[in-house]
Design a binder for this molecule. Structure first.
Ligand code: ASP
Ligand code: MG
Length: 412
């Protein structure tokens, strides 16, 4: 079997859904698990609904909700589907003011994937394909770490394997990326852009021959085409390289995608949905050398936190575990660490968790920070490339090894 994952950009309109059908048919539409994100920018729109509700702006929330429904209804009509009879539409926002923001977030935001997959499953069925729709909140079991739920692999694998090996199972299963559910039936999400991770988990559970992520780029490029005009395709790379690229901030694949595939030696293809027979990029282990072109990766929205002890009896080793414990508890994502005799600096993504973490750190350390920073990682650098990259930029901090340079620069 194979797993195909389609991101929001690839199913942002009716033409995208028709293109998905074409791609699914290319391989004979056999034994395929099709994992789909929310259509277009639906997840962002649903996030706005939650924000409005949390701010008691009910009218705005409802208007945004209606916009989202209308957007999907328009796509359904263009695909010849009957909203309401072919696909059930939820009139009410699944919001419960007695529950926490994050718990409500997961109930509301998961609607994007539930809608997109129902539309696609019904459409494919009407085109004569053998299709079944799966509801991940009932199949992919997670804990209740809202917005960043942890998957219970054992339970999920057993349920999903049983469903897949059922006699008479239709050829194609269409299901949601990014969402799962708790044992007591609450929906959860796995973190933004988490659909890739779902695809990898399903590939792992079902011993897929390969997993393919269909994207709006030719494959994995050596730089972001929105920033760098002269990008080059990286035709093949090792799992470890892919992890590093994802971790450095390359928006090609979700960082958690690689491990489940590497564990079972399943190759991951990243291919352009606009040109499905193109080779794209292949991430695997065997026969793939190191990347031999420089790779530029930007990680935006960084904050550099520098800590020094309140007294002068500074023992770095003893402080480290305390610092990282606080960082971990506050769900900060570390992108770079640097230490000196009396300070330790940690660069993290500047998320909504940062203010509380700063407060916690201040109880033990003197804390300074700089924000509005971006981290540029250059893999396969040379002294010339590094000089060019530094030119005209204000560098807060740099770390270089023989082949990799990391520059923390101010946004201006
Ligand atoms: N729809 C979700 C998001 O936009 C998940 C995904 O696309 O992978 O974050
Ligand atoms: Mg997406």
């Amino acid at each position: 079997m194979k797993v195909y994952k389609f991101g929001g950009a690839s199913v942002k309109d009716a033409a995208g859904v028709r293109n998905l059908e074409k791609i699914v048919r290319l391989e004979g539409a056999q034994d395929l698990m099709v994992v789909v994100s929310a259509m277009g920018k639906t997840t962002n729109a649903l996030e706005r609904v939650i924000e409005y509700l949390a701010n008691d702006e009910e009218e705005k929330a409802l208007a945004q909700w209606v916009d989202i429904i209308d957007f999907h209804v328009a796509i359904m009509k263009e695909l010849g589907l009957q909203p309401g009879s072919d696909i059930r539409l939820q009139g009410e926002i699944p919001y419960d003011p007695t529950k926490s923001y994050d718990q409500n977030y997961d109930q509301v935001v998961s609607m994007g994937e539930l809608l997109s997959t129902q539309i696609i499953a019904v459409y494919l069925l009407k085109q004569g394909l053998s299709v079944e729709w799966w509801n991940m909140p009932k199949l992919l079991r997670t804990d209740d770490t809202w917005r960043e739920a942890h998957v219970d692999d054992e339970t999920s694998a057993a349920t999903i394997q049983a469903g897949w090996s059922r006699p008479q199972r239709p050829n194609i299963v269409v299901t949601q990326g990014f969402i799962g559910g708790t044992a007591d039936g609450q929906r959860t999400t796995l973190g933004r852009e988490g659909s890739d991770y779902t695809a990898a988990l399903l590939g792992n559970y079902l011993d897929a021959e390969s997993v393919t992520i269909w994207k709006d780029v030719p494959g994995i490029l050596n730089a972001d085409p929105r920033i760098e005009p002269n990008t080059r395709l990286i035709p093949s790379l090792r799992y470890q390289d892919a992890v590093e690229l994802a971790y450095s901030g390359a928006q090609v694949i979700h960082p958690k995608t690689i491990k489940p595939l590497e564990n079972k030696h399943i190759p991951l293809f990243v291919k352009p949905f606009g040109d499905p027979t193109a080779a794209g990029s292949c991430i695997a282990e065997d026969g793939v050398g190191p990347i031999n072109i420089p790779v530029y990766i930007w990680r935006k929205n960084q904050i550099l936190i520098t800590m020094r002890p309140k007294d002068f009896a500074f023992v770095l080793e003893e402080s480290l575990s305390e610092i990282f414990d606080i960082i971990h508890r506050h769900r900060l994502k570390v992108s770079l660490i640097q230490s000196s005799a009396v300070t330790i600096s940690v660069c993290v993504d500047n998320t909504r968790f940062v203010p509380d973490a700063l407060q916690a750190l201040r109880q033990h350390f003197k804390v300074n920070y700089n924000d509005h920073l971006s981290l540029l990682t250059i893999r396969g650098t040379t002294p010339e490339i590094l000089e060019q990259a530094k030119d005209g930029r204000t560098i807060m901090l740099s770390q270089t090894t023989r082949r990799t340079a990391r520059l923390l620069v101010t946004d201006n």
